[in-house]
Design a protein around this ligand. Structure first.
Ligand SMILES: Nc1ncnc2c1ncn2[C@@H]1O[C@H](COP(=O)(O)OP(=O)(O)O)[C@@H](O)[C@H]1O
Ligand SMILES: [Mg+2]
Length: 146
């Protein structure tokens, strides 16, 4: 069986860490030789998930965020973003396009973007305990690859 690869990161929910998480995810994904488009999709999905943990999970405090990336079956990238914050009362409702509890500066499109840019999106949440988002995206093997 092929050894799989992974990274785990932990960081506080400071907004300055959002761009770091995005860049780290892209750097890890690079080993799958993604196209620029695939890389852009991954960066955007990570950005949405991490931003949610920063702004919604810990609205008034700084809390812990875990991010784990791993490679499954050779060419599937799995991204997990986990927080220990506020949690979501109704995940089904929260996943709907335009649903937001964030007021006028939030679009309510974060989960919709994650869902459309990735192949799979799973959201588990316990109010008062936290939220875990797991996303998967297959990276196509390209012809003429080095
Ligand atoms: N990590 C999280 N912790 C707590 N609530 C969350 C989290 N992620 C999402 N939510 C809830 O789900 C809603 C929808 O999220 P999203 O689709 O990203 O839209 P937006 O962030 O623009 O509100 C948020 O407004 C918030 O109520
Ligand atoms: Mg959002």
């Amino acid at each position: 069986m092929k050894e799989s690869n992974y990274i785990k990161l932990e960081f506080p929910s400071r907004s300055s860490n959002e761009s770091f998480a995005r860049a780290a995810a892209a750097a890890f994904a690079a080993q799958l030789d993604p196209t620029l488009e695939e890389l852009g999709d991954i960066r955007t999905a990570v950005s949405e998930a991490v931003t949610n943990a920063i702004v919604h999970a810990y609205p008034d405090t700084i809390g812990r965020i875990l991010m784990r990336l791993r490679i499954l079956n050779g060419n599937v990238l799995e991204i997990m973003v986990k927080d220990f914050g506020k949690g979501i009362e109704n995940v089904e409702e929260a996943r709907k396009p335009l649903f937001t509890t964030g007021g006028s500066e939030r679009s309510g499109m974060g989960f919709t973007i994650m869902e459309s840019f990735m192949d799979k999106l799973r959201v588990r949440s316990v109010p008062g305990k936290g939220t875990t988002v797991v996303m998967q995206r297959a990276i196509r093997l390209r012809v003429g690859k080095r």
